[in-house]
Design a binder for this molecule. Structure first.
Ligand code: PAF
Length: 278
């Protein structure tokens, strides 16, 4: 399948066609659809990979409960005008265990990197493989995974991939909840509860003028933890490029608050972020 895909893409390249890649783990939703539509608009050919990458899950129960909806995914991709859906098996991608180690601190060592050891190493393993297989001109990633984009940018610079990373805005449900494949694991009551995450982040932008970074941090955490069914794992206010924590609002022109919250009894881990400056 990899060989066939390469062969097909070689033909397109010989015809001078540009190639966009949208890497996904399946369980596609409107957020993914927005990436695919953008790639279709900006490229002659759009490849969407659907691969639930085991090496980026440090928690195997998380991997086991990740939603799998391949048939519906293919339907959505057709509707969005994707040229090729590439859904390889684990053995095809990893015929041998991938022993490569990637390290781009602080982007990959803070926040998700600290709470999910090995996660970004797995992301770099699969994304670098996809880049080598597809050789896209542009690759599209959702800004919902804000930290992931920062890590992938470092990897692209490090390994010298000649492609453009295109970050795409978060797509939200009407309540403000960031769209995520994991949302399907929430009950409708939990979805309502989870909407408090972004609602609080939005309100926090108004508190900026009156509060120090630490005070604002503590208020966001307290307000979200006060909602029954929500528990903040971390809230970090960081420089938007290096992802290093900041202590004062003057420290950077690009400031982002990144949060991870557990929701419900199972519980489901949800991430989101808000831009304060930049
Ligand atoms: O963002 C995701 O869905 C995954 O981390 C990615 C980029 C498809 C790599 O498996």
């Amino acid at each position: 399948m990899i060989a066939e895909l390469r062969e097909e893409l070689k033909k397109y390249r010989e015809q001078g066609k540009t190639i966009g890649l949208v890497p996904t783990m399946g369980a596609l939703h409107e957020g993914h659809a927005s990436l695919v539509r953008r790639s279709v608009e900006e490229n002659d050919v759009t490849v969407v990979s659907i691969f639930l990458n085991p090496t980026q899950f440090n928690d195997k129960t998380d991997l086991a409960k990740y939603p799998r909806t391949l048939e519906a995914d293919c339907g959505l991709l057709e509707e969005c005008g994707a040229t090729i859906a590439f859904a390889p098996s684990v053995d095809e991608i990893y015929p041998e265990p991938d022993t490569r180690q990637f390290s781009y601190p602080p982007t990959d060592s803070v926040m998700e990197g600290a709470f999910r050891p090995g996660h970004f190493n797995g992301v770099c393993q699969i994304v670098s493989k996809l880049f080598m297989i597809v050789e896209p001109d542009r690759a599209y990633f959702g800004e919902k995974d804000f930290q992931q984009i920062a890590v992938i940018r470092r990897m692209v610079d490090d390994l010298g991939f000649r492609l453009q990373i295109v970050p795409c805005p978060v797509v939200r449900e009407e309540s403000g909840l960031a769209m995520s494949s994991r949302n399907t694991l929430l009950s409708s009551e939990e979805r309502n509860i989870a909407a408090n995450i972004y609602q609080t982040l939005r309100k926090s932008r108004e508190w900026m003028g009156d509060l120090s970074v630490k005070e604002l941090h503590d208020r966001v955490v307290a307000e979200i933890n006060a909602v029954e069914g929500l528990q903040v794992q971390y809230y970090s206010i960081v420089d938007g490029l290096s992802l290093a924590e900041i202590n004062s609002w003057d420290e950077s022109d690009d400031i982002v608050g990144c949060i991870t919250v557990y929701c419900g009894n199972q519980p489901i881990r949800l991430i989101d972020h808000i831009r304060y400056k930049g």
